[in-house]
Design a protein around this ligand. Structure first.
Ligand code: NZQ
Ligand code: ZN
Length: 387
């Protein structure tokens, strides 16, 4: 096991009706708040009105910026930074999913930085400080509600890039599973593919003697799969929605990755796909991950046999390849059962830009740590993912 420090400042407030207390929570941090949200779901569901009521009752001044789109854009981040600076905003409240939270985090770090916020995403500058951010989560998926990172898309060149720093963890995350009952099956499934992938990125590691966190990863993967199948048949079950919401946070709050090297190549490849083709992040991962597994499994067959056996209950055969391939097949079947595609051609992505994607994904050098992937490797994975 490697040395590690673990600290997570995000206070979780979980359960029915918890969003109604947001005003008093925000008031602990500031009195001029930027209320940041997406394309309108929070207005349709009545959540926006409840949040405004609670903020007003706490005596907080509200400035609003909606319009965050999935794969959130840099141009809106710039707009948010202007609003924060002009109005002396001291707190940003993100109401929505990963896209809204990531946009809020980028505004938070950008507002205190004299240069271009994109410098953080290109590693020209290091994040030192942020305007505090709080969250009301409406979709369990990205785990951004208690993660250290933000992922933003720059329209010029369609670069989707991430930045991370411990200071970027939100101060609090209000998580009411009732708010997720309005999600479509497709949105729910994309979220499930993402949270499962956050565990994969940690589970496939070269670090030895991390058996305890391996077991935690396996339990988390099995639970996500179980509840994903349950929610597909019974989308209005509050208790199942609760399980999924907590699993999404646990998958990406850092606990499952302590003391071990993490991979993140599949995320890097997917970010190029969603940057260029604007597909949902989880939809892209459901395609990239099985292909990545097929390409890298020879590197550590024992690990992939364990995965097939402990996560999908595949019986261990003498022929390791057989067990491993059955495990990957089970994963693909699972994604398809919840309504996702597992091939690029089925989401209408052709081969035309594969070389460009492979080049962009590896422009700062090889990606991934379990197996280091070059441009040529990424191209092979894209070909495996095609059909
Ligand atoms: O914009 P609105 O109208 O709110 O609609 C959203 C959006 O269209 C809708 N939605 C959200 N909550 C809803 C709802 N619709 C009905 N009822 C509700 N309760 O869902 C759609 C997707 O929302 P989005 O925020 O894009 O989803 P998600 O949470 O999956 O976030 C994806 C983004 O997070 C990034 C991804 O790359 C992607 O850009 N990630 C962020 C990470 C992080 N910061 O730690 C890690 C992840 O690996 C990921 O990369
Ligand atoms: Zn993800």
């Amino acid at each position: 096991m490697e040395n590690f420090k673990y600290e997570n400042q995000t206070k979780i407030i979980f359960g029915k009706g918890t969003e109604n207390d947001v005003g008093s929570l925000v008031k602990e941090y500031g009195s001029n708040v930027l209320l940041h949200y997406g394309g309108g779901s929070i207005k349709r569901t009545g959540l926006h009105a409840r949040v405004v009521k609670s903020l007003k009752a706490a005596g907080v001044n509200i400035f609003e910026l909606g319009g965050v789109v999935p794969n959130p854009r840099l141009s809106l981040v710039y707009e948010g930074i202007e609003i924060v600076r002009e109005n002396k905003i001291d707190f940003i409240l993100a109401v929505g999913g990963g896209s809204v939270i990531d946009s809020a985090k980028a505004i938070g770090i950008g507002a205190l930085y004299p240069g271009d916020v994109w410098d953080f995403f290109t590693r020209k500058a290091k994040v030192e400080a942020t305007i505090p951010v709080g969250v009301i989560l409406t979709i369990p998926a990205a785990g951004s509600e208690s993660s250290t990172s933000s992922v933003i898309t720059k329209e010029e060149g369609w670069y989707k890039r991430a930045v991370g720093s411990p200071v970027m963890r939100p101060k609090f995350a209000i998580m009411n599973p009732e708010l997720t009952l309005t999600l479509t099956q497709y949105q729910t499934a994309c979220g499930i593919a993402d949270m499962l992938s956050h565990v994969f990125e940690r589970y496939f590691t070269n670090t030895k003697h991390v058996d305890y966190t391996d077991e935690l990863c396996e339990a988390t993967m099995r639970s996500i799969i179980k509840h994903a199948l349950m929610v597909t048949n019974n989308p209005n079950d509050y208790n199942v929605r609760s399980e999924i919401m907590w699993e999404a946070t646990m998958a990406h709050n850092g606990l499952l990755g302590v003391g071990r090297e993490e991979d993140w190549a599949s995320h890097a490849i997917e970010h190029e796909l969603s940057g260029i083709y604007d597909i949902a992040h989880g939809a892209g991962l459901a395609i990239v991950f099985p292909a990545w597994m097929k390409y890298v499994y020879n590197h550590d067959k024992d690990r992939f046999v364990r995965f097939a056996n402990k996560v999908f209950g595949v019986s261990v055969e003498v022929d390791m390849d057989k067990t491993i391939n059955k495990g990957i097949e089970e994963l693909e079947n699972f994604f398809e059962k919840i309504g996702l595609k597992t091939k690029l051609k089925d989401v209408k992505i052709d081969r035309l830009r594969f070389e460009e994607i492979a080049k962009k994904a590896t422009e700062s050098g090889p990606i991934g740590r379990f197996v280091k992937l070059t441009e040529k490797d990424v191209l092979e994975i894209l070909n495996l993912a095609y059909e």
